[in-house]
Design a protein around this ligand. Structure first.
Ligand SMILES: NC(=O)c1ccc[n+]([C@@H]2O[C@H](COP(=O)([O-])OP(=O)(O)OC[C@H]3O[C@@H](n4cnc5c(N)ncnc54)[C@H](OP(=O)(O)O)[C@@H]3O)[C@@H](O)[C@H]2O)c1
Length: 239
């Protein structure tokens, strides 16, 4: 696998984030050509500018998605890390959080994946698409309606796209991270919210961004025979 992604163009949407940046670094270290997408935090994205072009794109906006894909004219891969925890401070805030989560965690990533697949199909080249969901989409966590339901829908959208792409050498898979010391879970870990998972021996440690990056990288392997699959990377937490 060491050299198999050399020179390959891979759009990493949300590549500036805590988990996405580890994937960008891993891909760049292998000689791949990541295109790094971000929405608003330019400073975070610029820290990675030496590794590939950085492109501002809000996935909820069609023109932005097109601009992001345009930055990779020989597109081979797409990894979509964009997401929002859609936290709900009070019951009154649920409806708004559902709308936000639908847009950021489902609609944007789903449309981008489908648009990337269409470009791969038009180019007649093989491609690999990896969507990042969450363990909360495959297991039941009270209080997670807004975040988890959109992420569960994302899994089904990925599987449908994978089936639509059968026979075309375009593969679509999903990674479901657990609790990682990076990105959106970092502050919750620091607050002690997840300490019981360690104290009760449920996980041996919290996840690291590299754990997720390795799983994404697995699905990006060019000669892979794997499609339509969901890989949970949570140290066994949801068992
Ligand atoms: N960290 C964890 O432990 C964990 C656990 C399970 C699942 N996940 C999932 O893993 C993915 C990455 O999370 P993370 O922890 O790395 O979060 P993060 O550090 O907050 O990064 C999120 C990334 O998504 C981008 N983004 C957000 N909304 C966007 C939009 N509308 N359009 C385009 N880009 C957008 C952000 O760009 P800006 O910063 O510029 O806005 C950033 O690059 C998410 O899908 C998350 O749900 C994370």
């Amino acid at each position: 696998m060491a050299d198999s992604l050399r020179g390959m163009e891979i759009v990493v949407a949300g590549g500036s984030g805590g988990l996405g940046s580890a994937a960008v670094r891993m891909l760049a270290a292998e000689g791949a050509r990541p295109v790094i997408g971000y929405r608003a935090n330019r400073e975070r994205a610029e820290a990675l500018a030496a590794l590939g072009p950085i492109v501002q794109a809000d996935l909820a906006i069609a023109a932005d998605r097109a601009r992001l894909l345009d930055a990779a004219p020989s597109l081979y891969g797409l990894a979509v890390f964009c997401g929002n925890p859609a936290r709900v401070a009070s019951p009154d805030a649920l409806e708004e959080a559902l709308r936000l989560s639908h847009e950021v965690n489902f609609l944007g990533p789903t449309m981008l994946a489908r648009e990337a697949a269409a470009r791969m199909r038009d180019a007649g080249t093989p491609g690999s698409i990896v969507l990042v969901s969450t363990m909360q989409a495959v297991s039941v966590f009270p209080g997670s309606t807004a975040y988890a339901c959109a992420k569960t829908a994302l899994i089904q959208a990925a599987r449908i796209l994978a089936k639509e792409c059968r026979g075309e050498s375009i593969r679509v898979n999903v990674v479901c991270p657990g609790v990682n010391r990076a990105g959106m879970a970092e502050a919750s870990i620091a607050s002690g919210k997840y300490d019981r998972y360690l104290n009760e021996g449920i996980v041996p440690r919290f996840g690291q961004a590299q754990d997720v990056a390795r799983a994404v990288r697995f699905f990006l392997e060019p000669d892979s025979y794997v499609t339509g699959q969901v890989l949970t990377v949570d140290g066994g937490l949801t068992l």
